[in-house]
Design a protein around this ligand. Structure first.
Ligand code: BJ8
Length: 425
């Protein structure tokens, strides 16, 4: 990355040496995992560019937005509604938590048996290596799993601008009104932060922007039903990850461009893997950048990933928001309805998620499911057992994987995944 960014990173308070080391690891991982793939769609060059500039040009854009008075809001969860953020003239960025960093310092603040995602969010802060975190005017935490909920109490001692949103755990009328109350409170806080009042027009426009972004991703997902698969699971995951960082309109356009290209590929029966390659649905915890380990193992073990039942994937993007409302209240109602459907494993009971996994297997013609849980993630680990039982009762082969961000278990995981893929053949 260009030296021109050094001053920007320094001004953001990054530790330049540690940051350089992170970028080097990222660059090498990207080269070995993404650029080493064959027959990638040409449109992926846009995402390659975004990734090569993820701490450079994109941060510069955010800095320019800030200079023009726009606020930046960072989030760790798909329950934080981008619609409200855009309508208040702010920009949402996902705060990636996909790599181990500064672990010794992290373990002074968090128990060792905390999931890698939470540890990573602390590592990026303590190691001073995340320009998104440092440029955020507001960081939104949410009361989802117990780990995150308690970790935000400690994060609050590390950052000055943490806002914590409460979330329901039951899909009841009371649960919905809790969400509604919290979205109203969030709206007020955003208006206070930005000095901009959210109007019916601005909210509607924001809903349209986010719907367009999600529709583009739906289009991409739908093309993955084709056999041979026109795009690798790794590349599709990358698009789902960039979803959280990029300018929304530009992202939408770039995904649609790839879809145009994929449609031609499908017509010509051109795939990234041959037609008889076993097709996998990946289900479970979100995969934040640069957590590419398991998809990489799967796609170098003779299988192709055809869908992600994940918050960085279909769970996060599945539903659109109804745009028929005319008043702020009506549109807010529609936003609550949309988000209340997200079937995160923190909900109990969570039958919808089980149904969605089975539905996705059918839609994407998957031959089997790999359920991915991060170690120490109680909600997804607990849920992986009923998921496996429900799928196997339908004769859908399922493999449960529990892992973290280290590379120590790559050999062992590869052996298990290869055996599973053999079984699917
Ligand atoms: S809506 S999945 S993005 S909470 S992996 S931190 S659950 S112990 S991330 Fe999530 Fe929102 Fe739910 Fe989606 Fe806890 Fe598990 Fe760690 Fe997790």
């Amino acid at each position: 990355m260009s030296n021109n960014y050094q001053t920007m990173w320094k001004n953001l308070g990054l530790d330049l040496d540690a940051h350089d080391a992170l970028l080097q690891i990222l660059g090498k991982g990207y080269q070995d995992i993404f650029l080493a793939q064959h027959s990638r769609p040409q449109g992926m060059s846009y995402f390659d560019f975004v990734m090569s500039e993820v701490h450079g040009l994109r941060i510069k854009e955010l800095m320019d937005e800030k200079e023009q008075g726009r606020k930046i809001v960072g989030s760790y969860c798909v329950f934080v509604p981008e619609e409200l953020i855009l309508a208040s003239n702010a920009t949402l960025v996902g705060l990636c938590s996909g790599a181990d960093f500064a672990m010794e310092d992290v373990e002074k603040l968090l128990p060792r048996n905390t999931c890698a995602l939470i540890k990573s969010s602390f590592g990026f802060k303590l190691g001073k290596v995340c320009p998104y975190l440092e440029s955020a005017d507001m960081i939104v935490g949410e009361n989802t799993c117990d780990g995150k909920k308690k970790a935000y109490e400690s994060l609050n001692t590390l950052v000055e601008n943490l806002y914590v949103m409460d979330l329901p755990q039951v899909k009841s009328e009371q649960g919905k009104s809790l969400l509604k109350g919290e979205y109203d409170r969030f709206k007020n806080s955003l208006e206070k932060l930005t000095g901009v009042s959210i109007t019916a027009d601005s909210l509607k426009q924001a809903v349209l922007t986010v719907n367009a972004k999600r529709s583009a991703v739906h289009r991409l997902s739908s093309l993955r039903k084709a056999n041979p698969a026109p795009i690798s699971g790794l590349d599709a995951l990358l698009a789902n990850q960039v979803f959280f960082y990029d300018n929304p309109a530009r992202f939408t356009e770039s995904v649609n461009k790839i879809c145009d290209e994929l449609e031609k590929r499908i017509e010509q029966k051109q795939g990234v893997f041959s037609e008889n390659t076993p097709r996998i649905l990946l289900s479970g915890c979100p995969m934040a950048v640069p957590n590419w380990k398991l998809p990489w193992i799967i796609e170098t073990s003779g299988a192709v990933i055809v869908g992600e039942e994940s918050c960085v994937g279909e769970r996060g993007t599945r539903n659109l928001t109804d745009v028929s409302g005319q008043t702020v209240d009506e549109i807010m109602e529609a936003i609550v309805e949309r988000y209340f459907k997200v079937d995160c494993a923190i909900f109990t009971p969570n039958q919808d998620r089980l149904n969605h996994i089975a539905e996705m297997v059918e839609t994407y013609k998957a031959d089997g499911v790999i359920h991915y849980s991060l170690q120490f993630c109680q909600p997804y680990l607990m849920e992986s057992i009923p998921v496996e039982t429900a799928l196997e009762n339908k004769d859908i082969p399922t493999l449960r994987i529990e892992t973290d961000y280290s590379m120590e278990d790559v050999g062992q995981l590869k052996t298990r995944v290869e055996a599973f893929v053999e079984q699917l053949k």
